[in-house]
Design a protein around this ligand. Structure first.
Ligand code: NG6
Ligand code: CA
Length: 500
């Protein structure tokens, strides 16, 4: 038998064969918002229990060195969907809810790459990559939306749960708007006679602001930004998880029934446990850790429901599920929600230094799991992997070629077939960069306060070079910059060459 035929046979067994045809696997990326490495019990660090995420972790590959490119949402998600480093795009910073789309519509994004292999794609959940082209009218059809970057279907929130507008957007339209009550949004100034958390604190019946978050109030919760009208369209925070799950499942069912011969790609961007943490009543009080823990239990339930449905529909064997988080954890992120007070012995940060917003490891080292029944063997991997590589790796899986970006094809590492992963990676936090190479990380000197006082997280700032050997010192306690002069020079030179 010749080599080509053998390779073909390999592909057949790899993808499974349906009616003699090669069917590529469905792909689901579950991306949580601010969940920590220590929040997932499969990592055996904290005390919270996440049985459904654990199921994926314990029956798939659980990565100990899985990274988001950035310690905040917008840049991290930009990299995940484009395969391009976010620090190459000056707009890839935490966006307000009315920001324009920051993804160049000519880029071969992940959904566009998969479309070349006939995948039907959807994004359900948090977007936070901008919409429109600068002056968005929420009452009209929205141009420059997920459909312009390759998604066939979208059901999203524009930015975050703590930013206006607090509405869902399905494809190009705000859901549930009534003509006689149009929706207006501003991040510059309030609308005449509209209450805010400052002028009408009594409106904060569910949650109060700790820092920021004191502008428009909706559903008893103060938000960032001003909003007026659109009352019939405003979401109910407590129902959000059920709404997103329902839309995600409906998309899958629809994709299966209308084009069963083609696979689907679902980017399921859950909103938990980002602030404000407002889980459904079913989960309130269940973690004993207050709203943050309860919101994680709600997200875990969602993951369980999705897995259960895929099993029921006979799709677990032909679906690759990737689970991760857009950035590391934070406790008090701007609301009084007892995240600190009720934490007990739990640790979202595990043994890592820093947190969300930080260049230290807890900013970008996140839970990272790959599950594919029957194809991936359960294992734990120390390969350095990053969401930046999803586009290149999944394009490879789908058998399509795409223009080269910053992402690398690490499909074999994702599937647990090898433990090689990346050699180097640039990570980002609030526009500052650090350089990972092998077991080491180099953080260049940077002025400013080393602690973000409001959230009580060390951001990685220090007046001197910082160099850590993460294999020996995962907690980044011992700065080796002075002791390991040669290594430091090597890291500085490589980083400079890399980011020039
Ligand atoms: C910050 C918000 C924080 C959160 C973050 C974005 C304040 C004081 N803090 O500016 O609460 O919304 O932006 O988080 O407003 S992310 O996960 O979407 O990047
Ligand atoms: Ca986030």
């Amino acid at each position: 038998m010749n080599k080509i035929f053998l390779a073909f046979l390999g592909m057949l067994s790899f993808w499974g064969s349906v009616n003699g045809q090669v069917k590529k696997p469905n792909i689901i990326i579950i991306n949580l918002d601010d969940i920590g490495y220590g929040d997932v019990s499969a990592y055996k660090k904290g005390t919270l229990n996440t049985p459904n995420i654990d199921f994926l972790a314990n029956n798939g590959v659980r990565f100990n060195r899985g990274y988001a490119t950035s310690a905040t949402c917008t840049p991290s998600r930009y990299a995940l969907l484009t395969g391009i480093y976010p620090w190459k795009n000056s707009q890839a910073k935490i966006l307000p809810g009315d920001a324009p789309l920051i993804i160049d519509t000519s880029i071969t994004t992940l959904p566009k790459a998969l479309k070349k292999a006939n995948y039907k794609s959807a994004v359900v959940g948090k977007w936070h990559l901008g919409l429109g082209n600068g002056n968005i009218d929420w009452n009209k059809k929205i141009t420059f939306s997920p459909s312009d970057v390759g998604f066939d279907y979208s059901f999203i929130m524009a930015a975050t749960t703590d930013r206006v507008p607090t509405v869902y957007i399905e494809n190009n339209k705000v859901v549930g708007l009534e003509e006689n009550d149009p929706l207006f949004v501003s991040y510059q100034q309030n609308f005449e006679n509209e209450p805010t958390a400052i002028s009408h604190p009594q409106l904060m019946t569910k949650m109060r602001w700790h820092h920021g978050h004191n502008q428009s109030v909706h559903n008893g919760i103060p938000r960032i930004g001003y909003m007026k009208g659109g009352k019939s369209a405003l979401w109910v925070d407590e129902d959000m998880s059920d709404v997103f799950l329902e839309k995600a499942l409906a998309f899958i069912q629809n994709a299966k029934s209308t084009q069963s011969e083609n696979p689907f790609f679902l980017y399921f961007a859950l909103h938990q446990p980002h602030v404000p943490r407002v889980p459904h009543q079913r989960f309130v009080g269940k973690s004993g850790m207050g709203p943050r823990g309860d919101a994680i239990l709600e997200a875990d339930w969602c993951v369980g429901e999705l897995t259960r449905k895929l099993k029921e529909w006979g799709d677990l064997e032909n679906t690759l599920i990737l689970f991760t988080s857009d950035n590391g954890p934070v406790l008090n992120d701007g609301y009084f929600d007892e995240a600190v007070e009720k934490l007990g012995n739990h640790t979202p940060f595990a043994d890592l230094r820093g947190g969300k917003y930080s260049l230290y490891e807890a900013g970008t080292r996140v839970p990272f799991i790959a599950y594919w029944k029957g194809v991936i063997k359960p294992s734990v991997s120390n390969a350095m992997v990053c969401q930046l590589d999803f586009t290149a790796s999944l394009a490879h899986l789908a058998g399509v070629s795409i223009p080269s970006g910053d992402g690398e094809n690490h499909l074999n590492a994702f599937l647990g077939k090898n433990k090689k992963g990346r050699r180097e990676l640039v990570i980002e936090a609030s526009g500052r960069l650090a350089y990972r190479y092998g077991n080491f990380v180099y953080i260049p000197p940077s002025k400013g306060n080393p602690i973000i006082e409001t959230v009580k997280i060390e951001n990685g700032n220090a007046p001197e070079d910082q160099l850590f050997d993460l294999k020996k010192d995962i907690g980044q306690n011992l700065n080796l910059a002075k002791k390991r002069g040669n290594k430091l020079s090597f890291m500085k030179a490589r980083m400079a060459a890399f980011i020039k």
